[in-house]
Write a protein that binds this ligand. Structure first.
Ligand code: EPU
Length: 295
């Protein structure tokens, strides 16, 4: 059985030998926080479209999800991979979720901590894979917008416009603009967003790469460094290249696209060639981010 949200983070490698459930549970409730008037608790059913939900919260004066605007998919799919963009991950705003346990038939509640969130990761992708169907997600949002603008370029953009503290809708509009410029819309051209996770390597590995490639893009991450996988792929000349209808997007090397009739297997073949090339030049293993089905 396969439960689908928007289907935008999925590589189908074969026909599905079973039942496919399209989760279209609808409904949003907004509740004032009894203890803190500055906070607001928003619950959305899993089948709500993620971006429409984000805009709804902002238009209702509930702030905190603006940096996650225009991410494809549904509310229920968002915690599966702890969606993240422009300095925020869903775990930073989530309070809890409800899910149907397929083993017991019971509805159960997960706190944010119980979801075991990591970078593009959660319990639902790991040891509980396939067990739960997420039915609704609750977020703790703020009545006052506290914009998070640390990600490259965001603060400069608003400073350039003379806006010291943008409101949530202004941040959301700009994030949409940036995403539209860099990332293909899955409604126009098949893609699953970033195809690889940004790899985390040791300081020693990063130093070794820097000797040959001083312009490597990397960020401190825990004890190691997160490397920009898009940069590694781009540096090896893959941006805009194709194998048949499977291609590397010409504006962002981390995104693989389907130019027409590529199968899931064609996309995975291209991904494999990129992984091999990156490994042989940088000694870094790239991990595929979207889900492949059947595995
Ligand atoms: N870069 C290149 N060439 C490229 C692509 C990127 O040199 O072709 C360099 C950029 O110049 C930049 C760095 O790599 O210095 C990082 O690029 P970018 O800011 O576009 O972010 P990313 O690391 O490629 C990650 C997420 C995106 C998210 C953005 C913004 C992952 C796997 N991807 O991309 O998430 O939108 O940051 O926060 O972490 C997704 O998960 O599907 C996704 C789109």
């Amino acid at each position: 059985m396969l439960v689908l949200g928007g289907g935008s983070n999925l590589i189908l490698v074969d026909d599905i030998p079973g039942l496919v459930i399209l989760n279209r549970l609808q409904g949003i409730t907004v509740k004032a926080d009894a203890d803190d008037p500055a906070k607001v608790c928003v619950t959305a059913a899993a089948g709500e479209n993620w971006h429409d939900f984000v805009r709804y919260t902002l238009e209702s004066g509930a702030y905190g999800l603006e940096n996650l605007s225009l991410i494809p998919g549904t509310v229920g799919a968002a915690p599966m991979q702890n969606i993240g963009a422009y300095g925020i991950e869903i775990k930073d705003r989530m309070l809890s979720l409800r899910a149907l346990d397929r083993e017991t038939g019971e509805l159960c509640e997960f706190t944010t901590e119980a979801c075991e969130f990591g970078y593009r990761d959660s319990i639902f992708k790991q040891r509980a894979a396939g067990r739960y169907i997420i039915t609704e997600v609750t977020f703790m949002l703020s009545r006052k917008c506290q914009p998070v603008l640390a990600y490259a370029g965001l603060a400069d953009h608003f400073a350039g416009l003379g806006i010291e503290s943008p409101d949530g809708l202004q941040v959301s509009d700009y994030i949409c603009q940036v995403r539209r410029a860099k990332l293909p819309d899955p409604a126009d051209i098949g893609n699953a967003g970033s195809f690889f996770k940004n790899p985390v390597v040791s300081a020693a590995r990063r130093e070794a790469i820097l000797k040959d490639y001083p312009d490597l893009v990397s960020f401190a991450d825990g004890d190691g460094y997160k490397l920009a996988a898009g940069w590694l792929i781009d540096r090896l000349g893959w941006k805009g290249r194709s194998q048949g209808d499977a291609g590397v997007y010409d504006k962002q090397a981390l995104v693989l696209v389907n130019h027409g009739a590529a199968s899931g297997a064609d996309i995975l073949r291209l991904a494999g060639a990129i992984q091999e090339d990156v490994f042989s030049h940088f000694n870094v293993r790239l991990e595929i981010e979207p889900r492949t089905f059947p595995q």
